[in-house]
Write a protein that binds this ligand. Structure first.
Ligand SMILES: Cc1cc2nc3c(=O)[nH]c(=O)nc-3n(C[C@H](O)[C@H](O)[C@H](O)COP(=O)(O)OP(=O)(O)OC[C@H]3O[C@@H](n4cnc5c(N)ncnc54)[C@H](O)[C@@H]3O)c2cc1C
Length: 365
């Protein structure tokens, strides 16, 4: 009689008891019962049929750069799609439409676009993880969002066992979330996407760090390569190198205040921290208002108001250079991270009235 593992092995590469600490940028997490690496997406119906018949839970993982895995691990199958091709689907004198596999590293994709002189995603250089993960979580940086360039997604519908095409509307992109992390979570796998980029454009330089970098270098109109170099310099100065230090980047989402919540928040800032900080918060609100509402950078609350840089719980620590980032400083467990997260959320709630939301997703809790 053929057992489950043997059956799965005919359709994908399967590893047993695979440490999640090796699959996540946090470098934390116990074993996953199975790691299933899928090279041939045509085998997805067969793989999910076996998982269903054997009542095996599953989790779709990209590069693991936006997740925290439990110390106990995950009693199920981690599914990783191992495709990494790209091609030009269409082009004219002004634009290019690229079809890119979800398993390709996001930054390898950005490097290709910079090399080809295609404009649009250059400010998102050096975001760790896969193309699929960047689309699922609606990643963004320095004024550019992945969702601004997607025109279509090719997906596998796990529940109905069929391959489908999604329009941009169906992807339902929001700030750091999408249909794939909300209503469609655990139901769909992004297999590839179409991305439209420009063959020429003005640099999109609106963030103080980037403006200063080019002002210092006296560069008026940087090339794509120069922008990518700038982002390397800026990001590696203020974020940990995740190849060396465990982290999932920003742990929390930024705070968006509705008009109704604004007054209560500002009054609390005034009462707990003084009029000077209220003024600063009001200025930020004006400066950073976008389609999601008035943005208060969570880093401002954690750093300037609550002074949390360097705060440690067990091996988990608030990064000294950026308070929004939690690092695995000294063999942290997921429990250490959760204790620190809970402390931060409680401090923010009691001093500002805001309930922080995690940007990082949890596996196996
Ligand atoms: C040092 C550092 C800096 C960072 N900087 C930024 C930044 O500037 N901007 C930013 O937005 N993020 C940033 N991040 C977070 C992270 O890099 C992004 O969220 C990234 O896009 C996650 O991609 P991933 O492939 O690693 O996703 P994973 O962490 O593997 O998964 C994240 C979510 O997406 C889902 N998912 C993944 N792949 C698929 C798929 N193929 N189909 C369906 N669902 C899928 C997962 O189920 C999970 O819910 C940073 C992280 C680190 C460590």
């Amino acid at each position: 009689m053929i057992n489950t593992l043997d059956k799965l092995n005919t359709l994908a590469t399967v590893k047993e008891n695979y440490p999640l600490s090796k699959l996540t940028s946090f470098k934390i997490g116990g074993p996953a019962k199975y790691l299933i690496e899928v090279e041939d997406i045509g085998n997805l119906p067969g793989i999910f049929s076996i998982l269903k018949d054997n009542d095996i839970d599953y989790y779709i993982l990209g590069g693991g750069a936006n997740v925290l895995a439990s110390d106990e691990g995950f009693n199920g199958a981690i599914i990783k799609i191992k495709n990494s091709q790209w091609l030009i689907a269409d082009e004219n004198d002004d634009e290019v439409l690229i079809k890119v596999d979800s398993g390709l590293s996001w930054d390898d994709f950005v490097a290709i676009t910079v090399d080809k002189n295609w404009w649009g995603v250059e400010n998102m250089s050096y975001i760790p993880g896969s193309v699929g993960g960047a689309v699922a979580v609606s990643a963004g940086a320095y004024g550019q969002q992945v969702s601004d360039f997607i025109t279509k997604a090719y997906v596998y519908n796990i529940i109905e066992s069929k391959f489908e095409e999604f329009t941009i509307e169906m992807c339902d992109f929001k700030y750091r979330s999408s249909f794939f992390t909300e209503a469609g979570e655990h139901k769909y796998i992004i297999l590839s996407v179409e991305i439209r980029l420009k063959k020429g454009s003005e640099p999109s330089i609106n963030y103080p760090d980037v403006i200063k970098y080019f002002a210092d270098k006296e560069i008026d109109k940087p090339t794509l390569t120069e922008i990518r170099e700038a982002l390397h310099f800026i990001r590696f100065n203020k974020l940990p190198d995740w190849n060396e230090v465990g982290t999932a980047g920003s742990f929390f989402k930024n705070i968006y205040l509705s008009t109704g919540d604004m007054k209560g928040f500002m009054d609390k800032i005034d009462n707990n921290f003084g009029a000077e900080y209220r003024q600063e918060a009001e200025l930020m609100c004006k400066k950073f208002t976008d389609s999601y509402g008035c943005k208060i950078p969570t880093g401002f609350v954690l750093d300037k108001l609550l002074n949390l840089k360097g705060k440690t719980m067990g091996g988990a620590k608030v990064y000294e250079k950026q308070a929004l980032v939690i690092i695995n400083d000294n063999n942290a467990t997921a429990k250490d991270v959760l204790m620190l997260v809970s402390y931060i959320k409680q401090q923010v709630r009691s001093k500002t009235g805001v309930q922080l939301t995690e940007e990082v997703r949890y596996i196996g809790f």
